[in-house]
Design a protein around this ligand. Structure first.
Ligand code: C6P
Length: 406
């Protein structure tokens, strides 16, 4: 049986107070809190193993390398990638998208080619493609969303044609919570010969991902939303694509042999991992994945669905509150506005009650434009949140109403 109070004890920060009130942390889509297992793994790494990887014959270096490469195996298993060489460590989802745009994009695109992204993308899955279009003359096309915040039915397929070379799509929207039918889109994209990059930054903390079943070409995510440290993320890529792509950055570890005449590159995955990596972060990511697996993604999804349903029910009954993003089957995110109150004021009053949410455009300005709002308030839930914390959110929102609207 899933017992939220048992799991909460694994997160030291959840017992702290903010402004004299118990912390109610509902900003999990921005970054999640870290369990003891992750904190302990980083501590252990620095206390017992710290050394550079892939470089030393001494014991510490070999042990650090084993821990680092062991975490790669854990990520491979977590995503069900076919091979460990398909797992590239990056700083996060953002760097992973930039790597693909730079390396795959510059060597595969030409003027007139088309890249498709959706209107609900995070800037990390828009701007790198815009930059690529500037360099190559490719054209960025936008799959529209409807007023629930779902992709317009059939629009993506209708926009795909022989000029489409890449489709960049988020699996779960950070601003709306919409879960996209990525498997269908991948099938349609492959039918016109396009490759697909799935932005899994908001998906991996909430649902099980199988990159082979999806058949995506690239999949990116950040560790820090998955209870792992900041500054570490993953690019999954199909080996046949990665093999053909040039390196993204040059430096140590990514080379096979260097002379001033000619340099040859290391094999996968190291070809894409120039410089000393975030070793402690990688070790922490491995621990976070094992932790998530011990909670169980089914338990996580079921509990978060309960929280979202309960919060949505209260939101719908709240006069003047407009939910932004009402697509069926949403994941864990409640974005909203309150008539007559700026979202930043909502965030400030909630903070004084110990309730942490995010306010702003959530790095998804096109979504704000679509709904004709400058910003939203966003509560995002993790499996360690409770129904009582949802109540605390709405008690604090009543306080906002009293202060600003009565
Ligand atoms: N969204 C949010 O509060 P990085 O910054 O590289 O770890 O992740 C970027 C990113 C990419 N795609 C999606 C869908 C995301 O949600 C994010 C990060 C955070 O919504 C911070 S802006």
């Amino acid at each position: 049986m899933f017992d939220v109070n048992v799991w909460r004890k694994e997160f030291p920060i959840l017992s702290r107070e903010v402004h004299g009130k118990p912390l109610v942390y509902l900003d999990n889509a921005a970054t999640s809190q870290k369990p003891n297992a992750v904190i302990a793994s980083e501590r252990h790494y620095y206390e017992a193993l710290n050394a550079n990887v892939h470089r030393g014959v001494h014991t510490l270096s070999q042990e650090a390398t084993d821990a680092f490469e062991g975490a790669r195996d854990t990520v491979r298993r977590f995503l069900n990638a076919a091979q460990r060489e398909e797992i590239i460590f990056t700083r996060g989802a953002t760097e992973a998208v930039n790597l693909v745009a730079h390396s795959w994009g510059r060597s595969n695109l030409k003027a007139g080619d088309e890249i498709l992204v959706s209107e609900m993308e995070h800037h990390a899955n828009i701007v790198p493609w815009q930059m690529l279009c500037e360099v190559t003359g490719a054209v960025l096309k936008v799959i529209p969303i409807d007023d629930r915040g779902a992709l317009v039915e059939g629009a993506a397929q209708a926009m795909m044609n022989s000029k489409t070379r890449l489709v960049g799509i988020t699996q779960v929207s950070n601003a709306l919570g919409t879960v996209n039918p990525v498997a269908d889109m991948i099938r349609a994209a492959h039918a016109v010969g396009a490759v697909v990059l799935v932005d899994g930054a908001q998906a991996v903390p909430h649902l099980a991902v199988d990159v082979q079943a999806l058949d995506c070409d690239f999949y990116v995510f950040s560790g820090h939303k998955l209870y792992a440290p900041t500054g570490i993320g993953v690019l999954y890529g199909k080996r046949e694509l990665l093999e053909k792509m040039p390196p993204y950055q040059g430096g140590g570890d990514m080379i096979a042999h260097v002379t001033f005449k000619k340099t040859t590159y290391n094999q996968l995955p190291y070809k894409f991992e120039a410089g000393t990596p975030h070793i402690a972060g990688v070790v922490g990511l491995g621990a976070a994945i094992e932790f998530v697996e011990s909670v169980g993604l089914d338990n996580i999804a079921a509990h978060e669905d309960r929280l979202l349903a309960y919060a949505t029910q209260q939101a719908e009954a709240f006069e003047g509150l407009r939910i932004i993003g009402t697509a069926p089957g949403k994941a864990s995110i409640l974005s909203f506005t309150l008539k007559g109150v700026h979202p930043h004021d909502i965030g400030t009053i909630l903070d004084s009650a110990g309730v942490a949410i995010r306010t702003g455009h959530h790095c998804a300005m096109p979504v704000m434009d679509h709904f004709s709002v400058m910003a939203t308030a966003r509560a995002s839930f993790a499996f360690y949140n409770t129904l009582e914390e949802v109540d605390a959110l709405f008690v604090a929102l009543r306080r906002v109403e009293e202060l600003f609207l009565k």
